[in-house]
Ligand binder design. Structure first.
Ligand code: C2E
Ligand code: MG
Ligand code: MG
Length: 877
């Protein structure tokens, strides 16, 4: 609010107060209007005339105002003539006291005046103020006035009050206009004036902006007074006042309120200003109120936000704690790191031990293989290529071992120039996870028995190796190894021993091979070696070494066990370009090695592929052989070594192929076993042999029997056929003892109850059982006493090598002694020379079979031999 507005507010307030006082006084006057007093014909009323609106001079110099009108009315009511004299205030008092006037108007009452005057009741209360020139400030209470000179109207009641307040120096003036003039001219700075006339004159003299009201000195009250003791005049006065009604007094007041043009305009402006100020004030109050409400609400909001943020911060800290994450902050510009305790704890340090931490110390703690990867990713992130930085790194624990950490981070600020400023991120210890992953990976890719890569990983490796070889334009070799007759070891010694053997084989292979060749176990007894160019230039040499090492004795559960291996080799890019093909070709080569008597090595060749395709063709043709009548039954005599006579025969199958001629069973029997055709073919030769046995028996005597070979497949796959053989013999009327069933050791290694039952059926029927190719297996021989076996047929590999006193000789002799002890007869196969025959006789072998006596021959040729023999016998008799 500006100064002018403040002035107006103050002036208006004072005028309102004055008017209120006047109203009160008028009411009193009318109430006490007396009856007309005939004794007093005239009175003189005196006062000063510079006290508007009570008494003052109007523009024409007439004395007017409330007091003037009051006395006119009083005059009417009382009929007493009133002479209203207005003069300077001091003179007015003197005139009264000197008896030139009867009544003094508008006088304040104080102790000093009580001595000289008798007062009526107060009819108006009027504040008296201290006013000061605008250049003087700091006046707030009467106490500060002592020491100042104060300008006053001569004879003014305020002099008494000022003296009480300690004012000693006064300047006296005749009226308020003089006082104001003196103040404006700087004669005096502090003045004392009744508020109402003061405001009137200040306003009229345009001085209200230079002379300002300081404070209220006291509240003065207007009285009328007479000389002390003039009771008669006092009574007259009061009676006349009482005769004036309140309505008349109000009308009088209203007149002076409304008649003054200057005051009216002034009030209107003040009212308007006040209204404006009120509106402005109320608006301001409202604004302040709204502002305070808004501030309060905002404060509450900020407080709740702050609490929320604190909770959020706590929540995030809890989450980070729960994740067991270390947190870091990297000042890209300075290179310095900061981190939390957990960060250091992961590495086994305390926070203090790792401070200060910069790129150099970070590098020292990080695995050299991971540092570069990590830095490359950080650089890419800083360049904006990748949104986040994330890298699995190894860091060294205080104890020395490596910890796997997933390191994640993000750039969170840049310098004003756009340079990376600050990166923040986390460290999480994933060592356990990595170890578990490695274990799972190992489980999926490595063979738990030999700790070598498994088939799955091998396939992956060979593809990689081929790709690498292709890039470098190099060769690559694949060796496939398959143990020979491993199944027999497994069956005879149990799976535990079999596993031990495989582990040992794996180790031996690894020892033969240099890194970075890959050695894998493909499953069962199959191994593979991937050899890149530059390693093992002499593959044949490597193969031989492998065969030699693998064929050395294994000590399994205290027993010496032997096993051999067949190896197939194929090469990139000569043999094939793709992994699957290379594997297939190595497999074919290995198969070829097997079919060539095992314990050998074969390089893949077109010939092998050719042989294989022939084998496929063979299988196809074989399917038709029986129906087309292409099978033949040949018979080879078995001779008694006691007398050199044919006593038995072995039925051996032949295939008269329409294009390829006579095919050996060594070629087609394995194929028939694979295809299952052996069942029908076996039944066919059995029938033929049984018929011939019955047919030739009269020529031979009661011991005559024909051996029929029976593959394990024939037992396992069609068990009911066994009983058919028994039934078939019965149906044909052939005695059981005319037939010897030749089986291999392998069949008896697996104590299958069904096989046992079939063998029992044979025995019940009188069918005899021979163990074919005896000595080539690895059995414990315990089955010999367990089952009802009649003959052992010593494998021709022993017979072939037989020489007096040599290993084969000793072995054969041992077999014969043992067999005889068990009540078995022994037949030696493959006897080709007289020496072999003689040596066998020396060691008491029972029977011999071989080219020395006769190769297998067709039935009619064999029959001729029998006829011939019986003839000779008849002659000999
Ligand atoms: P095996 O049962 O051991 O038959 C003896 C093999 O030795 C026969 O070969 C025979 O010709 C051959 N042999 C006999 N004496 C001599 C000799 O002094 N020197 C040499 N080097 N060899 C001799 P073959 O007939 O080629 O039969 C081979 C194998 O095929 C048989 O071996 C047998 O395991 C199997 N086989 C033959 N016919 C049948 C059959 O009808 N059914 C079954 N399941 N297998 C059969
Ligand atoms: Mg045989
Ligand atoms: Mg044999």
């Amino acid at each position: 609010m500006n100064k002018f507005a403040a002035m107006f507010t103050r002036h208006f307030y004072r005028r309102v107060m004055t008017l209120l006082c006047l109203l009160g006084y008028s009411a009193m006057l009318f109430a006490s209007l007396p009856a007309r007093d005939a004794r007093a014909e005239a009175i003189t009323v005196i006062s000063d005339d510079n006290y508007p609106p009570y008494l003052f001079k109007d523009a024409n110099g007439n004395t007017v105002g409330i007091v003037a009108d009051f006395w006119k009315l009083w005059e009417q009511k009382t009929g007493v003539k009133v002479t209203l004299v207005s003069t300077a205030w001091e003179q007015a008092q003197q005139q009264l006291l000197s008896g030139h006037a009867d009544v003094i108007e508008m006088i304040f009452r104080d102790a000093e005046r009580e001595q000289r005057y008798t007062f009526t009741k107060a009819y108006a209360t009027l504040p008296v103020g201290i006013y000061a020139h605008e250049s003087l400030s700091g006046l707030a209470s009467p106490e500060v006035l002592s020491g100042f000179t104060v300008g006053v109207q001569k004879g003014d009641g305020c002099i008494f009050k000022l003296k009480e307040a300690g004012v000693k120096s006064f300047r006296l003036y005749n009226n308020y206009e003089e006082i104001i003039q003196a103040t404006l001219s700087g004669q005096v700075k502090i003045v004392c004036m009744d508020d109402y006339p003061a405001h009137y004159y200040l306003y009229r003299m345009n001085a209200d902006s230079q002379i300002l009201r300081a404070f209220t000195l006291y509240q003065g009250q207007f009285h009328r007074a007479v000389r002390k003791g003039d009771v008669r005049t006092l009574r007259l006065l009061e009676r006349g006042a009482a005769a004036i009604s309140p309505a008349e007094m109000t009308a009088l007041e209203s007149k002076w309120k409304g008649s003054s043009l200057q005051r009216g305009v002034y009030s209107k402006q003040v009212i308007l200003t006040l209204a404006l100020l009120l509106v402005v004030g109320l608006t301001l109050l409202l604004l302040i109120f709204m502002l305070r409400v808004a501030v309060k609400r905002k404060t509450a909001e900020i407080e709740s936000k702050r609490e929320e943020l604190e909770l959020e911060r706590l929540r995030l800290t809890n989450i980070i704690d729960a994740t067991r994450a270390g947190t870091w902050e990297w000042d890209v510009q300075t290179g310095m790191f900061q981190f939390n305790e957990r960060w250091a704890e992961i590495l086994g340090y305390t926070l203090e031990e790792l401070v200060p931490h910069n790129l150099e110390t970070a590098k020292r703690l990080t695995h050299p293989d991971d540092w570069q990867t990590s830095m490359t990713l950080v650089a890419r992130h800083l360049q904006g290529e990748i949104e986040f930085y994330e890298c699995d790194i190894r860091m060294q624990h205080k104890a020395g071992h490596w910890i796997w950490i997933v390191d994640r981070g993000r750039l969170i600020s840049r310098t004003p120039a756009g340079e990376p400023a600050m990166m923040r991120g986390t460290h999480i210890d994933i060592t356990d996870k990595k170890q578990a992953e490695a274990a799972i990976w190992r489980q999926a890719n490595y063979d738990s028995l030999t700790q070598l890569p498994n088939r799955h990983y091998f396939h992956h490796q060979i593809k990689e190796a081929i790709a690498a070889a292709a890039t470098r334009q190099q060769r690559l070799s694949l060796l496939l190894l398959d143990l020979d007759r491993f199944k027999e070891v497994n069956d005879s010694l149990g799976h535990r021993r079999g596993d031990e053997l495989l582990m040992e084989v794996g180790q031996r292979i690894r020892q033969c091979v240099s890194l970075p060749a890959t050695v894998a176990r493909l499953g069962g007894d199959e191994f593979a070696i991937i050899v890149p160019e530059g390693l093992h230039a002499d593959l044949q040499g490597l193969g031989n070494q492998l065969m030699q090492e693998i064929s050395k004795a294994y000590i399994l559960g205290g027993e010496r066990v032997f096993v051999t291996v067949s190896i197939g080799i194929s090469q990139y890019p000569e043999d094939a370009l793709h992994a699957e093909e290379i594997i297939q070709h190595a497999d074919q080569a290995m198969y070829d090695a097997k079919s060539r008597g095992r314990n050998s090595l074969r390089f893949f060749s077109l010939a092998i592929r050719e042989a294989l395709s022939q084998r496929v063709n063979l299988a196809r043709d074989l399917r038709m052989a029986l129906d087309n009548g292409e099978l033949r039954d040949y018979y080879q005599p078995i001779v008694s070594l006691h007398n050199g006579k044919i006593v038995k025969a072995e039925a051996l199958m032949r295939w008269q192929h329409p294009e390829r001629g006579l095919i050996s069973p060594a070629l087609f029997i394995p194929v028939a076993e694979e295809t299952g055709d052996i069942i029908a073919m076996g039944d066919w030769i059995f029938h033929r042999a049984a018929q011939h046995a019955m047919q030739w028996q009269p020529l031979m005597g009661d011991d005559f029997a024909i051996s029929v070979n029976k593959s394990p497949v024939q037992f396992v796959e069609q068990l009911n056929v066994q009983s058919d053989w028994v039934h078939a013999l019965r149906a044909m009327g052939v005695e059981g003892k005319r037939i010897v069933v030749e089986i291999t050791e392998g069949l008896l290694l697996n104590p299958d109850p069904v096989v046992e039952e079939r063998l029992l059926q044979f025995r019940d029927m009188g069918i005899q059982v021979a163990i074919d190719d005896f000595g080539t297996g690895y059995s414990s021989l315990s089955y010999l006493s367990k089952f009802d076996i009649d003959y052992l047929k010593i494998d021709q590999s022993f017979t072939r090598n037989l020489n007096a006193g040599n290993e084969s000789y000793v072995l054969c002799e041992a077999i014969i002694v043992m067999a005889h002890k068990l009540g078995l007869k022994v037949i030696a196969e493959g006897v080709e020379t007289a020496l072999q025959r003689d040596l066998l006789m020396d060691i008491h072998c029972d029977y011999a079979q071989g080219f020395f006596y006769s190769p297998p021959v067709p039935a009619d040729a064999f029959e001729q031999m029998l006829v011939q023999q019986s003839r000779e016998a008849a002659i000999a008799r």
